[in-house]
Design a protein around this ligand. Structure first.
Ligand SMILES: [Ca+2]
Ligand SMILES: [Ca+2]
Length: 356
């Protein structure tokens, strides 16, 4: 090798090393790896029987809350030996207690691993449909159930599709149609990490209906929570590693057109929308590095953020709850109903809080 070639080779190696160092610094920034937050507690108690997470929660207008519990997710300590469950909680009851819903139908309950959930009410007959992201053997599928009295879910169908490859959350927009977020582009852990180091925003949000399945929006580092405005014209998506909530307008054909992004300063997971005010309530992870390590000696904290007037020129972003991980680790969802707030977590407990 000539001296010039050696010099060139050395320059390439140095440039590559500098690039990787810069990307790793960027990754530290993305995960808010050094962030610590002061505690800001509410008047809360733990919900009975929720011991391994309530990753997602959604509340109906009549005060019934659905909770998706027992998630087994790669990289997190797994649930003792029980499959996941769906609970219901009546917030109008003087002492709300979670009740496990019985599941009827063909679904294999031994591998049930529920993640994001969404409810759709068919206005024709007031039927309540519960859509659940399920990861049997760490695959991704969407289960559609019908909620019937007495505390029963009837399994109607399982939906799988190549575009639904790493589903985190869904929002139902019809009895058989929904939008779904993908949180990983590569399922392989090393390739996923490489994707993050290189900063490749390749994750997609997909529209599904029995007659059409398509990418509705793309360009996400990791698309996590998704929900809809009370008038059903806008879709909100949390791009968790970008610390932003993206607002989209629904167009004909269910394509999504980006309107704006609102900075939230935290790694926000699921989104719940207060149907009376239109406010967004977000369960967030203050420090993504602590969350990925999940070391109980230095636990990941919890944070609840609210966005008021998101569609106006000046949305108001406020922190409503914060914990260093000693009360609640890894908060993933916050859902308000009148003066109450439910806060769920990926694999820890769930809190029932009084806002007054
Ligand atoms: Ca959800
Ligand atoms: Ca989520």
């Amino acid at each position: 090798m000539t001296a010039v070639k050696k010099l060139l080779a050395a320059a390439v190696v140095v440039a590559f090393a500098a690039f990787i160092v810069l990307r790793i610094l960027k990754l530290k920034e993305m995960t808010l790896a050094t962030r610590e937050i002061p505690v800001k507690h509410l008047n809360c108690h733990y919900l009975k029987d929720v011991e391994h997470g309530a990753e997602d929660i959604t509340i109906l207008k009549n005060g019934l809350a659905f909770l998706s519990t027992g998630l087994n997710y790669p990289g997190f300590p797994s649930s003792p030996d029980e499959p996941g469950k769906i609970y219901i909680l009546d917030l109008l009851h003087p002492k709300p207690t979670p009740v496990e819903l019985q599941i009827k139908g063909e679904l294999n309950l031994t591998t049930f691993n529920p993640h994001g959930i969404s409810v759709y009410i068919d206005e024709a007959d007031d039927s309540v449909y519960l859509f659940v992201v399920n990861h049997p053997h760490h695959k991704s599928e969407v289960e559609i159930f019908r909620f019937v009295q007495e505390n029963t879910l009837v399994h109607l169908q399982t939906i799988t599709h190549p575009l639904l490859y790493s589903v985190n959350d869904i929002v139902a927009v019809g009895v058989e149609s929904f939008y779904a977020t993908n949180d990983h582009y590569f399922l392989n852990h090393s390739l996923h990490l490489l994707c993050l180091i290189l900063g490749l925003p390749w994750c997609e949000v997909v529209y599904y209906s029995p007659t059409a399945v398509r990418v509705a929006a793309n360009g996400f580092m990791s698309a996590n929570g998704i929900n809809i405005s009370p008038d059903r014209r806008h879709i909100y998506i949390s791009d968790i590693l970008d610390h932003e909530v993206d607002v989209y307008e629904r167009q004909e054909g269910e394509q999504l057109v980006h309107q704006k992004s609102v900075a939230v300063g935290s790694l926000c997971d699921n989104i719940e929308v207060d149907y009376t005010t239109g406010d967004l309530w977000l369960g967030c992870h203050p420090n993504g590095l602590k969350l990925s390590k999940y070391n109980l000696e230095d636990p990941p904290g919890s944070e609840v953020i609210r966005i008021k007037n998101i569609l106006s020129e000046q949305p108001v972003v406020s922190q409503e709850y914060a914990d260093d991980g000693h009360e609640l680790t890894g908060s993933s969802v916050a859902a308000r109903y009148e003066g109450k707030l439910l806060i769920g977590s990926v694999i820890h407990k769930a809190l029932y809080c009084d806002l007054q």
